[in-house]
Write a protein that binds this ligand. Structure first.
Ligand SMILES: Nc1nc2c(ncn2[C@@H]2O[C@H](COP(=O)(O)OP(=O)(O)OP(=O)(O)O)[C@@H](O)[C@H]2O)c(=O)[nH]1
Length: 433
């Protein structure tokens, strides 16, 4: 992977680690969400309710008193079986309530004056379309707690302590599947006198109501962090995959290029090896090629073994062809001369251009008389060839057979001497050395 990209990904990873730690710390010590209602700003949402519509004689009112809303209640415990009075606080307008389900606790700043005890009931009324209707206030689910109000009036209640009122479930004939506590759509809060009451004056001063919690709970935050890490990890893996594929592609191209270069070098090596051993004009072996041939030849046989014959063939008056018809014609004649010689000799013989128009024919395991016959056959063939431009050509040949233990150079010298004699004797002849 390119270094720049790796550095960038590492930085992002470090940033994500820091962000995760910061978010977890913030969730633990901060991230506070507060929904607050107080007498000073929200006086209009407090209403008195009592038991008179149900046949009771309790009289209640809600008035503003300083920084609190005061529920004053003349409670008559005789006229009705379940006497009560309450301050109803409309925190939203049904059917659109407030979702308190993600919050942790409810805090009340209260004052209480009661003829008996310090208990109050609190209802959180949840609108649920499965059974709630706007025309029937009692159809909103009643989630309740009954608590003691401390002397200082600072009351904190975890929201999970609320329970659906059993009397409400019975009254409203709510099916079991809807009987769980739900605070996802709360439109009303009610602060009510307790269950067991005596006749007398009750006063509840409500300064503030707060719902407190976190913007995100720990589970939500952890889920979010895990998702972000998973996305980051997958993006990293995907990137690695893309880069890996690119690298493989580049490697393949490189391999193909190397193969091509290799092939070109092989061809070049083959060409060079050919050029080193063969004469470029005639295709006959050159002196290096002759060396190779002799080495191969002597791999099996002893170098001192007799029986190898050598023919030294040379075109007669070749110079004249160059002079009369030009050098190109001379080259063509040399090529044709080579072809004729090659056709006449055996596969196991070696045809070597010794220099200029001089050619050696090395015949392994060939006695002198056979070599002399071959030389004469060659001479006759050359004389019979139809050369270009009606040229008449002959060749002379010196033949020698290797004596046991004789150096190859000595054999060449003897064949050359025989050729010299053939030339001296008038050309178009074979002389044996
Ligand atoms: N066209 C051509 N001519 C070459 C080549 N190599 C050598 N020659 C020519 O061959 C000629 C050889 O001349 P000489 O040595 O006098 O031999 P010759 O004319 O055949 O005479 P004899 O051998 O005495 O019969 C020279 O003119 C060289 O320039 C070649 O590769 N191509």
């Amino acid at each position: 992977m390119p270094q720049r990209l790796v550095r960038l990904l590492r930085r992002i990873m470090v940033a994500l680690m820091l962000l995760s730690v910061v978010l977890l710390m913030w969730q633990h010590w901060g991230m506070t969400r507060v929904i607050r209602f107080d007498a000073e700003n929200d006086a209009g949402i407090f209403f008195p309710i009592d038991d008179r519509p149900l046949g009771g004689k309790t009289v209640s009112s809600v008035t503003r008193q300083g920084d609190a809303m005061l529920l004053s209640c003349a409670l008559d415990a005789q006229a009705y079986a379940w006497p009560f009075c309450e301050a109803s606080v409309r925190i939203a307008i049904a059917p659109d309530g407030i979702d308190l389900s993600g919050l942790d606790e409810m805090h009340l700043d209260l004052g209480l004056s009661s003829p008996k005890g310090r208990k109050i009931r609190i209802y959180l009324r949840n609108y649920e379309p499965e059974f709630s209707t706007l025309s029937e206030p009692l159809s909103l689910k009643v989630n309740e707690v009954e608590v003691d109000v401390p002397e200082n009036g600072q009351l904190t209640i975890p929201l999970r302590y609320f329970r659906v009122a059993s009397w409400w479930l019975v009254d409203q004939k709510i099916p079991f599947v809807h009987s769980d506590m739900k605070l996802n759509n709360v439109s009303h809060l009610e602060i009510i006198t307790p269950n067991a009451v005596v006749t007398g004056e009750y006063k509840i001063a409500i300064k503030a109501i707060e719902f407190r919690g976190k913007w995100l709970n720990l589970t939500q935050l952890l889920a979010g962090i895990v998702i972000v890490w998973l996305v980051f990890g997958m993006a990293w893996l995907f990137l690695e995959l893309v880069i890996y594929r690119q690298q493989i592609h580049a490697k393949r191209l490189q391999m193909t290029e190397l193969k091509n270069i290799n092939r070109a070098l092989e061809i070049q090596a083959e060409t060079l090896s050919y050029q080193v051993r063969f004469d470029s004009l005639t295709g006959a072996l050159n002196r290096e090629g002759l060396r190779d041939f002799l080495l191969q030849q002597w791999q099996g046989d002893s170098p001192n073994e007799a029986g190898m014959s050598l023919l030294f063939a040379d075109l007669d008056f070749f110079k004249r062809i160059n002079d009369d018809f030009g050098h190109a014609m001379g080259d063509a004649v040399l090529q044709q001369f080579t072809q004729v010689l090659r056709q006449e000799i055996r596969q196991s013989d070696a045809l070597v251009r010794w220099g200029g128009e001089e050619f050696l024919i090395v015949c392994p395991r060939t006695p002198l008389d056979a070599a002399a016959r071959l030389a004469d056959k060659l001479r006759q063939s050359i004389a019979q060839v139809a050369w270009p431009n009606g040229i008449q050509l002959t060749c002379s040949c010196g033949v020698a057979t290797r004596n046991e233990g004789e150096a190859f150079s000595a054999l060449i010298e003897r064949a050359d001497a025989a050729l010299y004699r053939a030339k001296a004797a008038g050309r178009n002849r074979v002389e044996v050395g």
